[in-house]
Ligand binder design. Structure first.
Ligand code: GLU
Length: 292
């Protein structure tokens, strides 16, 4: 029996948040497709956020290519895309708030002097950095197990303190860490539902701790399986996954749809694909859209 999503009273807002480090590939399309279908099945809004905070990784022209690929596939965003590089004041304010709350400390450790595994808390207050220069700013994590439910994967838990330790949210040279900016952006954009690849499942507990510390609502999450290449590695730009060729949009959509585990092709035309796939996604997740 489908049940409406009652845990968050806000109207559904989803997002796709590509990094402009290259064009979309078959793996990133799967995440985009899932987030788009979930937003449409809920009759919600779907926003696009260009995650260009890591400027050295930004490839000139990649954003334009990504937007063109999404358009060719018939995926429409509901507001002008935002870019993280235009949002530094927002991150500054969040950082100040965490610092005022005593949840941030300067860390002098160099990566190569640390053992593998969770950060051992060497610079944690009251010990501090001594006379050594600060190299990064770490978030002071809460003890205990973070428990949440993933709409695809079911119940999840992670002991952030034991498995990750206090993590970096900003480098001394000013570079913001992904974990902080994604939480600040999701909060600012009113995102109710995060739908993305399972490689980011491991970040969710950290992001929940940050959101709580910033007084932000916790979005629901749904992590879709990763697309692997023939050697079993995640398809990614780092692994040189080929750019998605959108000259045959329906073929791209069907392949991504089947990568999500839906057995048959959804439809014979692009238009039919969207209505059929949205309806099937809604059934699969028991989504009852609001009337209207
Ligand atoms: N920018 C991230 C990526 O391209 C996605 C971040 C997220 O969805 O939270 O993998």
């Amino acid at each position: 029996m489908p049940t409406p999503n009652t845990s968050d009273p806000r109207p559904y807002v989803g997002r796709f948040a590509p990094s402009p480090s290259g064009p979309l590939h078959a793996g990133s399309l799967v995440a985009a497709l899932a987030s788009y279908l979930d937003a449409r099945a809920h009759r919600g809004r779907w926003l696009l956020r260009i995650e260009d905070i890591d400027e050295p990784r930004t490839v000139a022209g990649a954003e334009r290519v990504i937007l063109g690929q999404l358009e060719a596939l018939g995926m429409h965003w509901d507001e002008a895309p935002v870019r993280q590089t235009a949002r530094h004041p927002l991150y500054e304010r969040a950082f100040a708030r965490l610092r005022d709350a005593g949840r941030v400390y300067g860390c002098a450790c160099m990566r190569r002097e640390l053992p593998p595994g969770p950060y051992p808390g060497i610079c944690r207050p009251p010990a501090g950095t001594g006379k050594r220069p600060i190299r990064s700013w770490r978030f002071l994590v809460e003890p205990g197990v973070e428990i949440f439910s993933d709409r695809w994967l079911g119940p999840q838990s992670q002991d952030v303190a034991a498995e990750v330790g206090d993590f970096i949210i900003r480098r001394a040279d000013g570079l913001w860490a992904y974990q902080l900016v994604v939480v600040v952006d999701d909060g600012d954009q009113g995102i109710t539902d995060v739908v993305r690849g399972a490689d980011l499942l491991d970040s969710t507990a950290r992001q929940r701790q940050l959101a709580r510390a910033l007084g932000l609502p916790l979005p629901r999450v749904l992590h879709v399986p990763l697309v692997l290449d023939s050697t079993g590695r995640k398809l990614s730009k780092q692994n040189h996954a080929p750019a998605l060729d959108v000259s045959r949009p329906l073929d791209c959509l069907q392949a991504a749809w089947q990568a999500l585990g839906f057995p048959e092709p959804a439809a014979a035309t692009r238009q039919d694909f969207w209505s059929e796939a949205t309806a099937r996604w809604a059934r699969r997740f028991g989504i009852m859209p609001p009337p209207g």
